[in-house]
Design a protein around this ligand. Structure first.
Ligand SMILES: Cc1cc2nc3c(=O)[nH]c(=O)nc-3n(C[C@H](O)[C@H](O)[C@H](O)COP(=O)(O)OP(=O)(O)OC[C@H]3O[C@@H](n4cnc5c(N)ncnc54)[C@H](O)[C@@H]3O)c2cc1C
Length: 337
């Protein structure tokens, strides 16, 4: 069981800035996110779009904002647990026990829920037989490309993830790229690379068609696809990769006994604590009168929540408000002294 001062659920912009606000007060945090990287909506939904309302940053993309937030918290050497969804939260006297779907357990006096609109999860293949192969020979993300060498891989999807992995894996495996539309949505350069590899017989494009069935019991042997004109084709396949985008699910958060307002968590606007002492919510997932779902609002919310976290984590110490420009201890924590 990992012990820390604060468990942050969600590595979106608000969860990342929470690390900073806690770190400058000398508190340790761990961050858990269901996705395989930091950035939340900024990275998953609009990495290349410019944002114009981050104070003192006239313009930056979702990706740049995420990179800078990660840079800003580097001095704190925070542990990130990616690809893990927080499923359970239970009380143990003055502490909270947090359990993930990978059975990792954490204990802390404070939790900051910065879960945005809920955990991002892959949109799954609608076939029943897909379930039994999931995690063995059917995947919704690539964790280790080395394991995908010398295979017959069928990739589903028409966006950047499907195209980028088709390019990458075609270096050492046979690729079928299957999409329900005729057109792909990808960067022009990627599309021309794909076309080149198709001409060279390294990638086989099948459009417009959909998955009909998966054959094989223990492992996948083949798949059958159906084209829009009604024709079907059986394709030798041992691995399926499916990239149909992400859906957002509030998921387990709704079951932790917190007062909810529709799909958001009620907090007070003094320290962003929920109805449970030591559990805070900030960013898009919190609700209080006048709440604005903006990144800058989330930054303010975690600044205030971190003060209460300090009081709970260090009950024998007095909290002192300090400016970063003037405080030696903050500057030491930031590695500036
Ligand atoms: C297209 C678009 C444009 C936008 N433009 C702007 C703009 O110009 N300016 C602006 O201020 N805002 C903008 N926003 C809104 C902004 O992106 C959000 O306010 C911000 O992302 C909220 O940050 P967050 O950290 O609260 O949540 P999110 O960014 O949603 O991150 C939450 C993270 O928590 C994780 N999570 C949730 N539940 C769990 C769980 N149980 N276990 C593990 N992980 C979990 C999720 O996987 C996710 O990564 C825009 C949003 C969109 C969609």
């Amino acid at each position: 069981m990992t012990k820390t001062d604060v468990v942050i659920i969600g590595a979106g912009p608000v969860g990342l800035f929470a690390v900073h606000q806690l770190g400058i007060k000398g508190l340790k945090a761990v961050v858990i996110d269901n996705l395989d990287r930091a950035g939340g909506q900024c990275i998953e939904l609009y990495p290349d779009k410019p944002i114009y309302d981050i104070p003192a940053v006239p313009e930056c993309t979702g990706e740049e904002l995420t990179k800078n937030l990660l840079k800003q918290i580097k001095p704190f050497n925070t542990e990130f647990y990616y690809n893990e969804r927080v499923d359970e939260v239970r009380q143990d006297k003055d502490n909270w026990i947090i359990k993930t779907n990978n059975n990792n357990e954490f204990t802390a006096p404070n939790i900051i829920i910065a879960g945005g609109v809920g955990s991002f999860e892959p949109r799954k293949l609608p076939l029943k037989e897909a379930e039994k192969h999931e995690g063995k020979s059917l995947f919704y993300s690539v964790k280790n490309k080395e394991e995908l060498k010398n295979k017959n891989i069928s990739i589903f999807g028409g966006g950047d993830s499907a195209l980028d992995w088709a390019l990458e894996l075609s270096k050492f495996s046979k690729i079928n790229l299957i999409h329900r539309r005729k057109e792909f949505r990808g960067a022009p350069h990627t599309l021309s690379e794909i076309k080149k590899l198709e001409d060279e017989g390294k990638i086989f494009i099948k459009t417009p068609c959909q998955l009909e069935s998966i054959e094989g019991d223990e492992s996948i042997k083949s798949i059958s696809i159906k084209f829009d004109d009604g024709k079907t084709e059986k394709i030798k396949t041992d691995t399926i990769l499916s990239f149909f985008g992400l859906i957002m699910k509030l998921g387990p958060i709704a079951e932790w006994g917190l007062n909810m307002n529709k799909k958001t968590i009620e907090v007070n606007s003094e320290n962003f604590q929920t109805n449970k002492k030591g559990i805070f919510a900030a960013g898009d997932i919190c609700f209080y009168p006048g709440k604005l779902k903006l990144i800058l609002s989330g930054f303010h919310e975690v600044a205030l929540a971190s003060v209460e976290c300090f009081k709970r984590a260090r009950p024998n110490e007095k909290y002192r408000f300090e400016f970063t420009t003037a405080s030696k201890s903050i500057q030491e924590r930031l590695g500036k002294k």
